[in-house]
Design a protein around this ligand. Sequence first.
Ligand SMILES: Nc1ncnc2c1ncn2[C@@H]1O[C@H](COP(=O)(O)OP(=O)(O)OP(=O)(O)O)[C@@H](O)[C@H]1O
Ligand SMILES: Nc1nc2c(ncn2[C@@H]2O[C@H](COP(=O)(O)O)[C@@H](O)[C@H]2O)c(=O)[nH]1
Length: 195
Amino acid sequence: MDSPRPEPGHGAERPRLVVLSGPSAVGKSTVVAHMRAQHPEVWLSVSATTRHPRPGEIDGKHYRFVDQPQFDKLIANDELLEWAEFAGNRYGTPRQAVLDKLAAGEPTLLEIDVQGARQVRKAMPDALLVFLAPPSWDELVRRLVGRGTETEEVRERRLAAAREELASESEFDVTLVNTTVEDVARELLTLMGVG
Ligand SMILES: Nc1ncnc2c1ncn2[C@@H]1O[C@H](COP(=O)(O)OP(=O)(O)OP(=O)(O)O)[C@@H](O)[C@H]1O
Ligand SMILES: Nc1nc2c(ncn2[C@@H]2O[C@H](COP(=O)(O)O)[C@@H](O)[C@H]2O)c(=O)[nH]1
C-alpha cells in the first residue's frame, strides 16, 4: 500500500470522498459488500445505469436502472457528478446524494470505473482515489469467467477495458491488491477512517 497523502481519511476534518476503482471483476463489489456488512454506516452511492439488471440485482439498491432517454435527461439536468460509457452501457453517479452525505460528515464511497474516477479527481480534488488491483492477470480472467454474468463477447470488451485500466494505476493515490477480501476490506476501512 503506498499513499503520498498523510493519514488519508483520518483526522478531525470531515471524511473525504473515497473512490474505489479497478478492472471489471477484480472484486470491488465483493469487497464493498463485505466491508458494509460489518460497517453499515459506510454510505455507498447508488449509480444510475443503462445496463440491464443481472439476476438478483434490485432497482434502487444495486443500481438505479434507467433507459437511454432517462440517462440523457440526468446528463442534461446536470444531475451527475460523473458519468462514463463502459463496455456498451452508461453509468453515472447522482451528484446531490453524494454532496448531502459529505455535508453530513458520513463516510462516503463511490465504486466506479477509471474514467469516472478521473472526472471525480477534477470535480473534487480532495477525494481519495483507491485502485483495486488483481493478484495477476490470469486471476482477473478467472474471476470474470467464474462470475458467469457476461457473454463471451461482453467479457472480451471488459478485458480490453481492463488492460487500459491496469495501465492507469499510477493516477491513483493508493493501490490495494485484492488477494483476500477480508484484508482489502480492512485496509479500505482504515483508509476511510472507519472501524
Ligand atoms: N479476493 C478474492 N478472491 C477470489 N475471488 C474473488 C475475490 N474477490 C472477488 N472475487 C470473485 O470475483 C468475482 C468478481 O467480483 P465482483 O463482482 O465483486 O467484481 P467487480 O470488480 O465488482 O466487478 P465489475 O466491475 O464487473 O462490477 C466474483 O465472483 C467474486 O466472488
Ligand atoms: N463511471 C462510473 N462507473 C461506474 C458507475 N457505477 C458502476 N460503474 C463501473 O462500471 C463498471 C461495470 O459495472 P457492472 O456493474 O456492469 O459490472 C465497473 O467498473 C463499475 O465499477 C458509475 O456511476 N460511474
